[in-house]
Write a protein that binds this ligand. Sequence first.
Ligand code: FDA
Length: 420
Amino acid sequence: MGERFDAAVVGAGAAGMMTAAVAAQRGLRVVLVDHAERLAEKIRISGGGRCNFTNLGASPAQFLSRNPDFCRSALRAYGPGDFLDLLRTHRVSWHEKHRGQLFCDDSSESVIRVLRRECEAGGVHWRMPCTVRDVGRDADGFRLDTDAGPIRAARLVLATGGMAIPQLGATDFSLRIARQFGLRIVEPRPALVPLTFDADLWRPYAALAGVSLEVRLSHQAPAAEGGGQRARRPACAEFLEDLLFTHRGLSGPGILQISSHWRPGDPIRIDLAPGRDMGSALVAAKSGSRQTVAAALAQSWPRRLAEAWLGTAGETGGGDLAGLGGLRLADAPDRRLRALAERIHGWTLWPTGTAGYKKAEVMSGGVDTAELDQRSMESRRCPGLHVVGEAVDVTGWLGGYNFQWAWSSGVACGRALVAG
Ligand code: FDA
């Protein structure tokens, strides 16, 4: 038969613990099942160990989904201010780092502790580490066949997150079970992930590994993109953020942001000197200058970048830029300096791939929001089945938005379990 619960939540991460705590504190008998040895590893490693747990500016505008409005009601019902109230209750302090991103003063452990205590306050039952081998459903509700024995539950919540960082135990469990019950899935992909390039093309830049600078990145979805799965990204995305050169390609916050919009075959465009008019600046600096073009560029850029990028641009950029870096600025024709500036402001690159789930911060795609009620996260097709957190086709930008979605969807689901 198996032990009976009102709700079984599979996945004791950010969204799962929140769901379980909210439902259990309102009187439900809840079991939380997770296969990991250690609780909430992704919270632990997040934000460099300090967990960027929300963003003060969180709104539907920072989420990608086939239905960008889906997250609206959950965010409105439980926003960043509500999570801050919860942290205050537990005397956890935080600070703002960059553009509304909030981090723990202490460590991510404090967020895990808060969620664990909230679960304990509701008397949540734990099955951990515990593997769910099979899930079935009959007139009596859901039946979970686990290696800690059978579990029966009137409602089942899929909260196992996405497939990013499989080395930490990430799996496609929620997607598999959702599919088993007939729910549609928006094709999952690694997101917030470094982009990689053809090894030959990248060779001249590989020596720049470690160089970082602020740039403006943009991505334009192909004009032909109409309906279907690809319509889940906006036509144009732009970010002013840091870029980091790596041995295999590009990383850093700017690239992670743009990667969620990028699809194989698309170009990305990088303005390497945002907010400046490099053409006019180089031409104006000519008079009486004894320095080379490369040295002049190195005044605004890391020197390594100026030299390597100019050399490569010369080689690959056709006759107009070839040899320009070594020329004295005073001798360089205005026309060639302006052509160089044009390339600096609009460096167009064709990535060949991403660094994959092993390096991704999140998975984008997931259970199609059209399958779920946005207030309860419950399946329309399979009543009693709920999906929360990253397993849903709602992907936040970098900067605390993904945790906010985990909290908001978890609270929406937890409250609905009680009402339902
Ligand atoms: P989450 O991944 O938190 O939890 C899923 C749980 O399910 C895990 O405990 C796992 O063990 C369990 N599980 C998986 N498969 C299972 C199975 N088959 N059976 C049983 N249990 C299973 N976001 C943000 O907003 N700010 C940040 O600073 C960061 N930083 C960051 C750094 C790194 C390195 C990564 C990889 C990710 C981030 N993120 C982030 C993203 C954030 O961690 C992520 O979006 C949320 O943790 C998602 O919450 P969920 O509860 O949906 O999944």
